[in-house]
Design a protein around this ligand. Structure first.
Ligand SMILES: Nc1ncnc2c1ncn2[C@@H]1O[C@H](COP(=O)(O)OP(=O)(O)OP(=O)(O)O)[C@@H](O)[C@H]1O
Ligand SMILES: [Mg+2]
Length: 475
């Protein structure tokens, strides 16, 4: 007995018949509709578990079906689309479609879709379990932390995981981009298939194309046998392209083509093949600065940025530091078979440092302090000491943006406030300017400001008292 019911909505009679034959079988019973009206009637008669939906129908757009919340909640919707309507399809994916098949439909892709079929309710139940764990223990899968910016990240992961859309993860080094990529994969319908992470910065520019797309025997000197690239090895799964701005520009063009056509070619081959791979890309450079610096093609950014996830630096979620530190400590304790604890001073120190290396630096700091601790109590003496927190981004990433501010997008990149000081400014004036700017930035929350600046609350109060006595603020 088939367990699921599929509805095929396609106005092309031949293509609908072919699809019906391919889908019907042990797992699916199949109904067919040729118009929007017919589709609605079929849905009312028997709620489908899977809908294969052509967007262009004689009496309207398949998109109209997305207005039905019942359908979205209970059916996995897979779009059937031509290249030309890629943008509409992406919109549909945003609205909750699970995947899309490009016409003419490739058998391999259809098989992939059927093999990973999963009811939206099953995915939803998993997210609910994760959220319950988040409320009780402060973690979402592998990600620890329950600060407001991280809750937003978890919500984004939950929303995008069940779809096939490309995800673009940005954030400073060590903020957890790879953990987020893995989490998206683990919560997706592709979880049983490979998750492959490729660091584009770690592969030599000569080899990267053949590593990613594979090569044929004899494609170049030294290619003595055929080689399967990451696209083939990740088939049915997720390919994580890390440090995408390090990918040579010519290759970025080729990647763009794969994203637009769903096909790629091995180096040295003239035959293209289907890719059934979900792409997640990441960079620790602000992406629009990378575009301005000529490191990232703007058209590729546009295609990657379908669903951006921005990871906040740790200094903007200092309330998570305690949880994260305990998590890392538990890991080491378990490994070492001990029960070392962080002293209150150590925890205090961790929560006020500015963490330029983010979560990775925190993990290393806990490890180092653990090793250096003499008794079972880990105190603060080996922990990093808070210097002033940089308000501006690291200089390495900055110069390009300064020259072309108009390339900054209106929304997706946070506007980082910068304090600029003329030569001739004294240390005292610089300190005051920085304190006042930071205070303004954090809407006069003194705890936050002190934490970010790496000074005690008392010091902050003292300075503010001095400034108040001095009178007017600096220009
Ligand atoms: N929220 C988190 N909870 C638990 N561990 C985390 C979290 N975020 C990051 N980590 C850990 O911190 C380390 C750095 O994370 P990750 O490698 O994902 O950073 P990244 O953003 O990819 O950095 P880079 O840009 O340098 O590659 C890893 O060991 C990861 O497991
Ligand atoms: Mg990384």
């Amino acid at each position: 007995m088939p367990m699921h019911h599929a509805l095929i909505v396609d106005d092309d009679l031949d293509s609908a018949m072919t699809l019906r034959e391919l889908v019907a079988g042990e797992r699916f019973t199949v109904a067919v509709a040729h118009t929007l009206r017919d589709a609605r009637r079929q849905i009312a008669m028997q709620q489908p578990d899977l809908v294969l939906l052509d967007l262009k129908l004689p009496d309207g757009s398949g998109m109209d079906l997305f207005a039905d919340p019942q359908l979205i909640a209970n059916s996995e919707i897979v779009l059937i689309t031509g290249h030309a309507s890629l943008d509409t399809s992406i919109e549909a994916l945003r609205l909750g479609a699970a995947d899309y098949l490009v016409k003419p439909i490739a058998l391999r892709q259809l098989e992939g879709v059927l093999a990973r079929f999963m009811k939206p309710s099953a995915l939803k139940a998993e997210v609910e379990t994760l959220n319950a764990d988040l409320a009780s223990r402060g973690r979402f899968g592998h990600l620890w932390g329950q600060s407001a910016p991280m809750l937003r990240v978890y919500e984004q992961i939950s929303r995008v995981a069940g779809t096939a859309v490309t995800v673009f993860i940005t954030g400073e080094s060590g903020t957890g981009k790879e953990v987020v990529a893995q989490s998206v994969h683990d919560l997706s319908r592709r979880r049983q298939r490979p998750f492959l992470a490729v660091n584009c910065g770690a592969i030599s520019p000569n080899l990267i194309e053949s590593e990613i797309f594979g090569h044929e025997k004899g494609a170049f000197t030294g290619a003595d046998r055929q080689h399967l690239g990451f696209f083939e090895r990740a088939n049915g799964g997720t390919l994580f392209l890390d440090e995408i701005t390090e990918m040579p520009l010519e290759l970025q063009v080729k990647l763009l083509r794969v994203l637009e056509t769903g096909r790629f070619m091995r180096v040295g081959s003239t035959v293209s093949q289907e890719a059934d791979v979900r792409i997640i890309a990441a960079t620790n450079r602000p992406p629009y600065q990378a575009v301005a610096a000529g490191k990232l093609r703007e058209d590729l950014l546009y295609r990657l940025n379908v669903f951006p996830i921005e990871l906040p630096p740790l200094r903007e979620r200092l309330s998570d530091v305690g949880l994260l530190a305990q998590h890392f400590l538990e890991g080491i304790n378990e490994q070492e078979g001990r029960r070392r604890q962080l002293s209150p001073e150590a925890l205090e120190r961790l929560a006020t440092y500015h963490w330029p290396g983010n979560v990775r630096e925190l993990r290393n700091a806990v490890q180092r302090a653990y090793v250096m601790a003499e008794g079972e109590l880990i105190d603060d003496q080996w922990l990093p000491r808070g210097g002033p927190a940089p308000v501006a981004p690291a200089p390495a990433a900055a110069p390009a943006a300064a020259a072309t501010p108009e390339l900054r997008p209106p929304t997706s990149v946070p506007q980082i406030e910068v304090v600029t000081l003329p030569i001739g400014t004294s240390m005292a004036q610089a300190e005051r300017a920085l304190i006042e700017a930071t205070l303004r930035h954090y809407k006069h929350q003194k705890e936050r400001t002190a934490a970010v600046l790496g000074i005690s609350l008392k010091t902050l109060y003292n300075r503010l008292k001095e400034y108040a006595a001095d009178g007017e603020t600096l220009p």
